[in-house]
Design a binder for this molecule. Structure first.
Ligand code: ATP
Length: 587
């Protein structure tokens, strides 16, 4: 397959913001590909060569890419850099200059997708002495053989700015449309949720159809999208929703880890699929030592504990384990305990389709418990009184609340989905009107007075998982301390965007735009209808979005969440309606 065909599909995607149109462009394109090319095309549409859980590092900063562009377009570097300062994106610079270069007749063989993938893989793997020069030259060779549009996307891929707006859900829509019926869509999504590998799903459906897709199972080594909990505003409401009886567990405030235990190794993944094994080597070793099975996938919450008393410590303490350096000391200084709550696989058996009680029994039987590895505290409760009593016990033990879990036969592990099989209830809900929000930073406003010369406020957005777009929900200027504000420009630097990113919907214009990447936890007094914010626009009222009143940063940067794991438009609307009910029908 020619790389130019892929680049031209990207170009058509880039020109539209309609998800329906993107789906139809992609499905038509996907149908024309062989399964192998399809897998690579799907990865590249996400700017990657691998599944989601592989950290993609080409190791090419903008200025290195500009050097390759200068060579390929035969322009002085200074001229290229000047254009980059104006345009902001090396991809656009490459497109403009290579257009001006005219047709190269030197190469008779057109550039294939296979060659592009090979060279990008080689760029990714080039390390050591002179690696920067070597990477630059390999990119130059590709650019020399590419036209303007092809060059644009090559530069966007290697600089990590491949944003054609087609997120994972759009790719799944397109794959279903191309190779299955509409009814097959949930199975396609399930296959993705249990593998986190869009390329694998694409190749499987293209070569084996829906039967092959239904045969995709969880496996040790490829992380599974985590199951998430809904929220309700009181224990009696939870008990009612659960049919009067459910399992309740302490809700621990730590870091969620998914452990993939194999015969002689263990890998630990965060909920955003980062490999955190090197941050918790003690947990990994203990899990292997305590697991009676040869292979297993389990989930638990890793919490910092006081070494002398064993008491649980606040969330901030365990975040010391997320450092990049000095891990040996952090392991010693910040002891942790893993509270396991689920098992997704054990010795050849996919447990995700088994009911909660069966999973819990299996989990309990699969481990010798130790000081470092335990099970979450759990009780089967009946009625609101027992529920309230368990909640009080959870708070006394310094948990942040409870997790209610359905005891029904259908209470399977729903990878990647949020539903009422699990319902969370935190002590914060008693004081605040709603749960906290996890919001993406999409813009900043310059400060005034005491904050002159710094960012004074941030423009925050939610994520709409249906459309794959971000929409603004508040301007956030409260809750920051001086150290945070001083650090902010550096934290946001690599996410700067020259203009409004194409996947952000906003009516407000900040002084600076950012690509959605950094997630902050925010609390607010109320969710109200908003004429300026675009969140859940038209959902509650035609011509109005939803906004947060009196938003305040809690001090918690959600580095364990990616922007696509922010509070969603559907959740926001639900919370809006829930708050109305709480205030009574007349309010
Ligand atoms: P969400 O996970 O719902 O997006 P969040 O990450 O902001 O939200 P919370 O709302 O605080 O987290 O609650 C869910 C999280 O609680 C889980 O993802 C998990 O990390 C943690 N957790 C703690 N104890 C348990 C438990 N017993 N069972 C399941 N999850 C638990």
């Amino acid at each position: 397959m020619l790389y130019s065909e892929l680049a031209s599909a990207f170009e058509r995607l880039d020109a539209t913001s309609s998800r329906l149109e993107m789906t139809s462009i992609l499905s038509e394109f996907f149908r024309s590909l062989d399964p192998g090319s399809l897998r690579d095309a799907v990865y590249l549409s996400q700017g990657k060569l691998h599944p989601d859980y592989f950290p993609q590092e080409f190791g090419m900063a903008d200025k290195l890419v500009l050097r390759a562009v200068a060579m390929a377009s035969a322009k002085p570097y200074e001229e290229v850099e000047k254009l980059w300062i104006k345009e902001g994106d090396p991809g656009t610079v490459a497109e403009l200059l290579i257009k001006g270069r005219g047709q190269m007749t030197l190469f008779s063989e057109p550039l294939t997708l296979e060659r592009v993938v090979n060279v990008l893989t080689s760029i990714e793997n080039t390390e050591g002495k002179d690696s920067q020069d070597k990477k630059m030259k390999q990119l130059f060779l590709l650019l020399r053989e590419s036209g303007p549009v092809e060059s644009k996307y090559l530069c966007r891929i290697v600089t990590g700015r491949m944003r054609v707006g087609a997120g994972a859900m759009t790719i799944l829509d397109a794959l279903s449309e191309a190779f299955a019926t509409r009814e097959g869509r949930p199975d396609v999504e399930r296959a993705y949720n249990v593998t986190c590998d869009l390329g694998l799903v694409a190749k499987t459906i293209a070569s084996g159809g829906m039967d092959a897709i239904r045969g995709v199972h969880v496996s040790v080594g490829s992380p599974i999208k985590v199951m998430l909990a809904e929220r309700l505003s009181s224990i009696p409401l939870i008990m009612e929703r659960m049919g009067g009886r459910c399992a309740m567990e302490f809700k621990y405030d730590g870091i969620r880890l998914q452990a993939h235990i194999s015969k002689d190794s263990v890998r630990l993944y965060s909920r955003r699929l980062e490999d955190l094994t090197s941050n918790f080597p003690d947990v990994a070793a203990e899990l292997r030592a305590c697991c009676k099975a040869e292979e297993a996938i389990i989930e638990g919450e890793c919490v910092a504990v006081d070494p002398s008393t064993g008491a649980m410590l606040p969330f901030q303490t365990v975040t010391h384990r997320r450092k990049k350096h000095g891990m040996d000391k952090a392991v010693e200084d910040y002891p942790v305990r893993m509270f396991m709550f689920d098992i997704l696989f054990i010795d050849g058996t996919d447990m995700t389709s088994r009911p909660f009680t069966e999973r819990r029994d299996k989990l309990a039987g699969a481990f010798e418990l130790s000081e470092k590895i335990g099970l979450t505290e759990m009780e089967v409760v009946e009625g609101p009184e027992e529920g309230e009593a368990f909640f009080a016990r959870a708070l006394a033990a310094k948990s942040e609340g409870v997790m209610a879990k359905s005891l029904h036969q259908e209470s399977v592990y729903r990878a990647g989905s949020r539903g009422f099989l699990w319902i969370k209830y935190k002590k914060d809900y008693e004081a605040a009107l709603t749960d906290s929000f996890d919001l993406a930073v999409v813009g900043a406003f310059y400060g005034m007075g005491k904050r002159a010369g710094k960012y004074g406020a941030l423009l925050m957005a939610i994520f709409d998982s249906d459309t794959g777009r971000y929409s603004t929900v508040c301007k956030l200027g409260t809750g920051f301390d001086d150290a945070f504000l001083d650090n902010l420009p550096e934290m946001m630097e690599s996410h700067l965007s020259k203009g409004r990113p194409s996947d952000v919907d906003a009516q407000m214009t900040p002084d600076i735009w950012f690509f959605p990447a950094v997630v902050l936890e925010v609390v607010a007094a109320e969710i109200s209808l908003s004429p300026i914010h675009t969140a859940a626009f038209g959902v509650v009222k035609e011509d109005a979005g939803l906004g947060l009143r009196f938003p305040r940063f809690t001090g918690r940067v959600r580095s364990d969440k990616g922007p696509e794991q922010c509070t969603t438009a559907a959740e926001l609307a639900e919370m809006y309606w829930a708050q109305d009910t709480a205030d009574g029908p007349d309010s």
